[in-house]
Design a protein around this ligand. Structure first.
Ligand code: ATP
Length: 292
């Protein structure tokens, strides 16, 4: 699954020490060079994403491309849900956007600039990632959220925690936002952890949001709160979400269906179900009767 994305982050994080900033972690990506004279992203760029004829094969599997002639343009503020069978290339799309790798052919662009020509720090500031298993640290909730952007004020941290539906459970901790989580980090529920991860992404104030939706089942109350948090998070962001839930695909402006590293269908849930193709089959499996 998308686990490999988590693994990459996990490894880099271990290497860098738990409280290092995401920015520093991303500098540690191997084999990715910053250009000597980087092109600046347009100041007013609102977070447009484009994959132009991207073919990409992982270094270990040069003959088996994970993306083949992949084309996708996401307009500023648009919500795109990526759906497809396991191995279709959904996580690979994220890894190329985060520039863990460069394409073999074609280009990945943010606000019109090829990532290979851009200043990695500028690109990074335009993106926030919520991974399936975003790691929490033993520090306080405030520190866990501030990990998204060093220098975020207390007021900013509270505002994003509220938007991510995390404020109430944080306030209920013995010392609120300053409670050392310690072992407690592990005892937070899956839904609470997800909401903290969403708050951490929001505090970055980046125009592009990458969501790798968790597959783990949540109880009804947590499900509702996580959905509310995601709604708030997607609002006003260009969003790419690897979607596993019906509620998420229903809210997408566009569903992009991937298979074997290509886009095979796209449209709304209703359109794609009516079409009776790959999406209709996947939706029936994944969402059951609710999707009909
Ligand atoms: P899932 O829903 O299972 O997470 P996915 O659609 O995200 O699948 P990817 O993880 O992008 O699929 O994988 C696309 C293809 O690339 C698959 O064939 C996969 O086996 C391969 N692949 C993924 N990561 C690597 C890697 N690090 N090295 C080699 N091949 C990889």
């Amino acid at each position: 699954s998308v686990g490999a994305l988590g693994e990459t982050w996990g490894d880099v994080q271990k290497a860098a020490g738990a409280m290092e900033r995401i920015a520093d972690l991303m500098d540690a990506r191997p084999g990715i060079a910053a250009p000597a004279v980087p092109k600046h992203l347009p100041v007013a760029g609102a977070g447009e994403v484009e994959f132009a004829d991207v073919t990409f094969a992982y270094p270990g599997r040069p003959d088996l491309p994970a993306l083949s002639g992949f084309n996708l343009r996401v307009a500023p503020g648009e919500r795109v849900a990526l759906v497809g069978p396991s191995g279709a290339g959904k996580s690979t799309v994220f890894r190329l956007l985060l520039r863990f790798y460069d394409p073999t052919e074609g280009a990945v662009k943010v606000d019109g600039v090829d990532l290979r020509e851009a200043d990695p720090a500028e690109v990074r500031r335009r993106m926030a990632l919520v991974a399936q298993e975003s790691p929490l640290f033993s520090g306080s909730p405030a520190e866990n959220i501030r990990f998204g952007r060093e220098g975020a004020t207390e007021a900013e941290i509270r505002a994003v925690a509220k938007a991510a539906q995390a404020d109430s459970f944080i306030e209920a901790l013995p010392q609120g936002y300053d409670t050392p989580l310690g072992e407690r980090a592990r005892s937070l529920s899956g839904g609470q952890r997800q909401r903290l991860a969403i708050a951490r992404a929001l505090v970055r104030e980046a125009p592009i949001l990458l969501l790798d939706e968790a597959t783990s089942a949540l109880d009804a109350e947590n499900e509702r709160l996580v959905q509310q948090a995601l709604d708030q998070a997607m609002d006003g962001h260009t969003t790419l979400v690897i979607a596993h839930r019906l509620a998420t695909v229903l809210k997408a402006d566009r569903i992009v269906v991937m298979e074997d590293g290509r886009v095979v269908e796209q449209g709304s849930h209703t359109e794609l179900v009516a079409k009776g193709g790959l999406y209709a089959r996947l939706a029936a499996l994944q969402f059951g009767d609710a999707a009909a």
